[in-house]
Design a protein around this ligand. Structure first.
Ligand code: PNS
Length: 163
């Protein structure tokens, strides 16, 4: 059985992530969406909220697990018996960062391969950071993230305003 890990910050999950997950479910027997616990990175949503939001959006979406991890990704892959890391590629700008990560992961564990899938072209410019920035400034991001996540973003931004 081919198991792939789709790791990321997912703060929050966008429609671009969603398109990669849907493609990943076609290619692999099982997909594990893994949210990184990164105390060094300030996030809008807690890891628990992100896991809950992704789980909600992907209910009934086939052989999928939503989880969180800390430490090295390759060690997490080992714990999960997964030999594939799935990453999405958008524009050329992603390439250098992804190349660096894939090679570092290969250096750390030669048993783990990174596979790239292209995000749906409608979401080529969409990233969590750009969506958060636009939403913070009052921009409409409803078509860029799933509806449940758009609702949660509005609530979270309203609650954090002025704090
Ligand atoms: O969504 P992101 O922030 O681009 O995802 C980055 C992520 C989580 C895939 C990457 O930071 C990661 O794998 N971190 C775990 C720590 C690790 O294994 N580092 C060494 C390889 S880069």
């Amino acid at each position: 059985m081919s198991v792939a890990i789709y790791p990321g910050s997912f703060d929050p999950m966008t429609n671009g992530h969603l398109s990669i997950i849907k493609s990943g479910l076609v290619v692999f027997d099982k997909l594990i969406v893994a949210v990184l616990r990164n105390p060094r990175k300030e996030a809008l949503f807690t890891v628990e909220e992100r896991v809950e939001m992704i789980t909600e959006e992907l209910q009934g979406a086939g052989n999928l697990e939503v989880d969180s991890f800390d430490g090295l990704l390759v060690d997490y892959c080992k714990r999960k018996n997964a030999r594939v890391v799935l990453r999405g590629l958008r524009a050329v700008a992603d390439f250098e960062y992804e190349l660096q990560m894939a090679n570092m992961n290969r250096h750390l564990n030669t048993q783990v391969e990174t596979v790239f899938l292209m995000a749906n072209d409608a979401y080529f410019y969409v990233s969590s950071n750009i969506v958060k920035e636009a939403a913070r400034l009052g921009g409409d991001v409803d078509r860029l993230v799933p509806p449940g996540i758009a609702r949660r973003m509005k609530a979270k931004l309203a609650a954090t305003k002025g704090t």
